[in-house]
Design a protein. Structure first.
Length: 411
């Protein structure tokens, strides 16, 4: 039976779909058949260049990459199927044995990438993940609104980095014992707020528990990202069992309808099929223009067009975006107030999150970093006070700075 499964997995996509009913079970090593068609470079930079930079991926071959795959029973080739894509911190994924039960219960395909551990350089690591994601999308009718990227420890940080850069490919993130902050681009941060759910999993004695609960959960709550943290009893720095994943998947699925409504209203927010650079730039430009026609969405539309200009600055769509942005600078400047308010909101969120993390108990692994964390919290609160516009936050900062300086041993 295992040989049958493996032989089916190596079939071309067209033949595979025809025989998919019998493709179930665990295949420990599936070969990637083709180079990814997905825009993987944007997860590493603020642009999507036409060619891979010369110093990235020396000698890389997509078809030499492999991954483990678990396909639960009752997966139909006619229906959209959910997916969990897992990034391990080591070079061999073994996630199926831990999460198989939950994936079977929820009828979720589970894949874990190989040879993409913490010792792999970041461009190669991200490329492997995206090669695997696209290979699965070629083989199955994967639902982007139910695609969840996950990872453990360093792999969790990679999962967040990819999802926060490319939210159109995902419905949520399941970072385990780690996390990350959002990107700096306003339109991307808003896309994450509108689209993604973040299910953080950590252990009761995990040395990164404070990072998950106090740093990332605080920041996401302040920003407005749908985020929830599960603490597995009795677990340290490890992957929680299927029971915890079951609860997280149930929570993630509660927001599927909202994601699908967003995709219906704004089709470029959810990509089931890969787009060329030109088509993706055109789709985001059109969405930005449509938003900008509504006075209440003028700012978000302009920021989206700014994103088009920065991301694909060699394309005609970038020139159109720049022209619109230039005209906006000479017209109604009401959007500038929203821009400043947005920057202030993220500044305050960051101040509260870094403060909560730095001022709480830290494990021995991070004790030597505590002074720098406290100093960073002081600096952020000083910026909030200097801005002076949010009276509640200013009062909070004036109270917190002396307390933080006392922890630093300063007067």
């Amino acid at each position: 039976m295992r040989l049958l499964i493996l032989s089916l997995l190596l079939l071309p996509a067209a033949r595979l779909h025809a025989q998919q009913r019998s493709l179930t079970g665990h295949a420990p090593s599936v070969a990637v058949a083709n180079e990814t068609r997905l825009d993987w470079m944007f997860a590493l930079a603020n642009q999507s260049p036409a060619k891979v930079p010369a110093d990235w991926l020396n000698g890389y071959d997509s078809t030499k990459q492999t991954y483990e795959l678990f396909v639960p029973p009752k997966i139909s080739p006619r229906n959209l199927v959910p997916l969990i894509l897992f990034v391990p911190p080591s070079n061999r994924s073994n996630i199926v044995r831990v999460w198989q039960d939950a994936c079977t219960k929820h009828s979720v395909i589970l894949a874990g990438v190989h040879e993409a551990g913490n010792d792999v350089d970041m461009p190669t690591r991200v490329r492997i993940v995206m090669d695997v994601l696209d290979d699965i999308r070629r083989r199955f009718n994967v639902d982007p609104d139910k695609t969840y990227i996950s990872g453990f420890s360093g792999g969790g940080r990679v999962a967040c980095s990819i999802a926060f850069a490319l939210p159109e490919y995902f419905g949520g993130v399941i970072p385990v014992c780690a996390g990350s902050s959002l990107r700096q681009e306003p339109w991307l941060r808003q896309r994450v707020v509108d689209r993604l759910s973040i299910a953080q999993l950590t252990g009761e004695s995990d040395f990164n528990r404070g990072e998950c609960e106090r740093l990332h959960q605080t920041e996401m709550d302040e920003i407005g990202v749908r985020c929830k943290t599960w603490v597995a009893p009795g677990l340290g720095h490890g992957v929680p069992n299927s029971k915890v994943l079951d609860e997280a998947l149930t929570w993630l699925e509660q927001d599927v309808a909202a994601r699908k409504k967003l995709a219906k209203d704004w089709p470029a927010s959810s990509l089931a099929e890969p787009l060329s650079r030109e088509d993706w730039a055109a789709a985001l430009l059109a969405e930005g223009q449509k938003r900008a026609k509504n006075p209440q969405q003028l700012y978000s539309g302009l920021m989206q067009m700014k994103g088009v200009y920065a991301r694909w600055n060699d394309l005609p769509q970038a020139k159109t975006a720049l022209q619109i942005l230039t005209e906006a600078q000479n017209g109604d400047l009401s959007w500038e107030k929203e821009d400043i308010a947005e920057q202030r909101r993220f500044l305050i969120a960051r101040a509260r999150a870094v403060d909560a993390y730095a001022s709480g108990p830290l494990p021995k692994q991070y004790q030597n970093q505590k002074p720098n964390m406290l100093a960073a919290a002081v600096q952020l609160w000083e910026q909030v006070i200097q801005d002076g516009q949010d009276k509640k936050a200013v009062a909070e900062g004036e109270k917190r700075i002396p307390a933080l300086k006392e922890m630093l041993g300063q007067e």
